[in-house]
Design a protein around this ligand. Structure first.
Ligand code: AQP
Length: 334
């Protein structure tokens, strides 16, 4: 069956949005609106796989929606909504809990990283999280999912679930979704440790640039970012075994929309004393308008809530139709 092109992606409202979320995901959502039918979700049900303070969850949900809008996602053209307003996500997730195999789920590295030695004490939801993510995507028969590199394994699981469902019921119902992971922003690393991804759960605030950081804070964090004593190389191959330098050059490339090689052609031979201030200036120039727009949207929470409700109504139409067909395929009595 030919599936029409549709993009789906989501972000959890579980803490401060950071530069990794912006460059790896949100920024890439915007141009896709010109070529695809797009659905962008605030995945609040994913957020509660770990404890969330209710007031903060509410605020963070509005913040993620504000970031979508501030980045340039048009709520008339694309659908913006929060996951919990469309109940079919949980219904399809249950079906997928019954399709996915324990062995597949047990191999998910993000669960192992997040649960650590505490796997007896984490929620069942944290373990089942990738089945809910597959449901988010396949509920809309999305063909393409823009995500950061850290979500690659979950996307592979989504493809396995779709294929097994199709095979079990001898029907070509779900598309085999393609991840859209590309470029220097695929994995933005911590500013304090080039071997760890930039993440909202890192205890060090200096490890990440938050989208709510002001110009002074951005400049301070870049100044304090871990680097090395060598000058930058003139060729990309020279970044090998220099994770911090590679990360800072990647951030520069991604913020400016240029290639890493292009950046090295300009800065090769220069030290971080020159490169870091240039990076700070660029980061402030690119993030300040977004920061200002987010604040403007957040000044009017009701407007954001209206946009989310309207988006949820439009998403529900697609979700209800697809879920009705899933129930028929499974054999549930109506
Ligand atoms: N460091 C990153 N580089 C590139 N892309 C990233 N993403 C996250 N971190 C980076 C992408 O942002 C989207 C939303 O991510 P999420 O809400 O699912 O959060 P996460 O992946 O769990 O990452 P966080 O925010 O850092 O949370 P924790 O600390 O809980 O791991 C996804 O497309 C993701 O790939």
């Amino acid at each position: 069956m030919a599936f029409s092109d549709r993009v789906f992606s989501g972000i959890q409202p579980s803490g401060d949005l950071h530069l990794g979320n912006y460059l790896g995901a949100i920024k890439r959502f915007v141009p896709l609106q010109n070529t695809h039918d797009c659905i962008y979700c605030v995945v609040d049900m994913h957020a509660i796989t770990v404890w969330q303070d209710p007031k903060k969850l509410h605020r963070s949900t509005l913040e993620v929606a504000a970031a979508y809008l501030a980045a340039g996602i048009d709520p008339k053209k694309s659908i913006i909504f929060n996951q919990s307003q469309v109940v079919e996500h949980t219904e399809l997730a249950w079906v997928f809990n019954c399709v996915a195999r324990m062995g597949w789920m047990s191999r998910m590295t993000q669960f192992k990283d997040k649960a650590g030695k505490n796997s007896e004490k984490v929620s069942l939801g944290l373990f089942a999280y990738p089945a809910l993510m597959a449901a988010d995507i396949l509920l809309y028969k999305a063909t393409h999912v823009p995500v950061g590199d850290d979500q690659k394994q979950h996307l592979e699981l989504t493809r396995d679930i779709a294929a097994k469902f199709n095979n079990d019921f001898k029907i070509d119902f779900f598309p085999i979704t393609e991840p859209l992971i590309a470029g220097s922003a695929a994995r933005i690393m911590s500013l304090r440790d080039g071997s760890k991804k930039m993440s909202s759960s890192d205890p060090s605030d200096l490890s990440r640039i938050s989208l709510t950081d002001d110009a002074d804070r951005i400049a301070k964090k870049i100044k304090k970012a871990k680097s090395d004593p060598e000058p930058l190389p003139s060729e990309e191959a020279g970044l090998k075994d220099r994770p911090e330098a590679d990360n800072l050059v990647g951030i520069f490339a991604s913020l400016s929309g240029r290639s890493k090689q292009d950046i090295l052609s300009e800065f090769g031979g220069q030290g971080f004393g020159v490169f870091k201030p240039a990076l700070a200036e660029l980061a402030v120039e690119k993030l300040a308008p977004m920061n200002k727009e987010m604040a403007r949207y957040l000044d009017d929470p009701k407007q954001i809530e209206d946009i989310l409700r309207d988006g949820a109504e439009r998403a529900s139409i697609i979700a209800k139709e697809n879920m009705k067909q899933v129930r028929d395929i499974i054999g549930f009595v109506k």
